[in-house]
Design a protein around this ligand. Sequence first.
Ligand SMILES: [Fe+2]
Ligand SMILES: [Fe+2]
Length: 286
Amino acid sequence: MDKKLNPLNSIEDWEDDLLKRYPENPSEKKEEDFRDYKNSKRAESVKEFYKLNHQYQSYDFVCHKEATFLQFNQRKMSLWDALEFLNTLVDDSDPDIELDQLQHLLQTSEAIRADNHPDWFVLTGLLHDIGKVLCLFGEPQWAVVGDTFPVGCSFSKSIVHSEYFSLNPDSSNPTYQNKFGIYKENCGLDNVKMSWGHDEYLYQIVKDYLPKEALYMIRYHSFYSQHKEHAYNHLMDNTDIKMFEWVRKFNAYDLYSKAPVPPDSKALRPYYEDLVSKYLPDTLSF
Ligand SMILES: [Fe+2]
Ligand SMILES: [Fe+2]
């Protein structure tokens, strides 16, 4: 893998970095851990990753990726095939330490199930990261994972490493460089283009099959500058505000459901086969 284009050893390093930014119990965070982390090579690679992400995720870039991938002519797969395919994503990280993609998805869904949430919420846990198959279609890390944010209007200072947006061509386009950009106040997020990645891609694949709440969780689960920092309230309508309660609820399971014992995917499969067939068709077009 070209390190210049793909600086992260593993796409999981982005998620680990989120845990540093948004720890489950901020008060328990040790000062030494933080310093240690700051000096680590991984912190450097995460920075490099955001630099590429912020430099290249422009309005035109998003339009171009939508035109390519929203034709859904990459592959036809059942959800199970997609999960297995996603698990072939090998990266340079130590396989003994990192959980594979399926385990992260099952841990998320099992934690949601354990709290007796509706079955579509459990299903959302299982499938929310399947859009990461974009990596297997040859897309670079910065066009698959990372915090997402609106394009076509000014970049919020609360987006992580916002200093790198100075490298983005949209930063010198006056149309885009005010609070509302090409949008109207409170126009609703459905009218707002987000940076391209696994969230929007999967939303577009499953949008006809799941309840609205689930679709919000899938589409905006990496939009941290909104669900953690409330930076884009001015573009949201009342439905968005209500639905983001679900996005936040989901986010806690996505970030903090790492269990010490990995879930037994074989034993769980019958339950999830029934659940998947309740909501999704036999094959999905990617
Ligand atoms: Fe994700
Ligand atoms: Fe996730």
